[in-house]
Design a protein. Sequence first.
Length: 306
Amino acid sequence: MKISGRKAATIAVSVLLGLGLLGSAAFAAFAPAPTDTMSLVPALPGTVEQAGKDGDKLKALLDSLVSKGVITQAQEDAILAAAKAAAGDKAGDAFLRGVFKDLFTQSATYLGVQPKDLMAKLPGTSLAAIANATAGKSRDGLVTYLVNIADNAIAKAVTDGKATQAQADKAKAAVPDHIAKFVDHTWPQPKPRPAPNAKTPGTRAPSVQSFVGDVFKVTTDYLGITQADLMTQLRSGKTLGDVANATAGKSRDGLIAALTTAANGRISAAVTAKKLTADQATALSAKVNDAVTQLVDRKGPAVKSH
């Protein structure tokens, strides 16, 4: 059974995708330098030889479809031609990645430093800036050095039969611009580590309530009464403020001041111990008075004695 040209095209696309012969034209070799790796682009498999093997698999499949009358011989020829072009592009992409993969290491060689030492210098600057600041070196010198290495690698690949001349021409045309972008790329500063107890995903921010401390001890010390006496009055339905106002020489406002002073003292101690940042301490201190006032005016349920 013969099929229409449109259906044949659909089958062709499906077959090509199934064998993984269609690659993306936008590959990493032409992207700006990444900032999370010392290697510009990874070395990926993908050679002319491998493309040929994949083409043999495709031809065998298409031969079978022709023999069953699903597609015509002309359609098979068209599909094979498209597959060959796509496979060539994929192999060329992988070849380019291989050419560009060692740019960082070669940059360190040019500058006369170890790759790890060069990596430590990069945050916030570029290879170009580092080269210009290195005695006897320069940005343009680094670009020329890397271009020569890439060109030599391309020529050797052709000599060794690992790349076609068309792939080599495509690679050489891409080299100068790509290496210039790599050398001029400014590497970002690393993200600052969060301060101790700072609010980060998965952690809790410091709470003002945790710095108010032992309210009952501060209250009994301020009022000059025992904790038992304080609890007895609270069980009658009074607030801490009520108890303070009923105590000779004391007051609700005086108790709030005492509790606020105690809480701020704990916050200051936490900053000294580097458990809080100055900004965190300022934010917490601004909340202390309100938190203390709520505690002092909170009325508990009266408890009847038995």
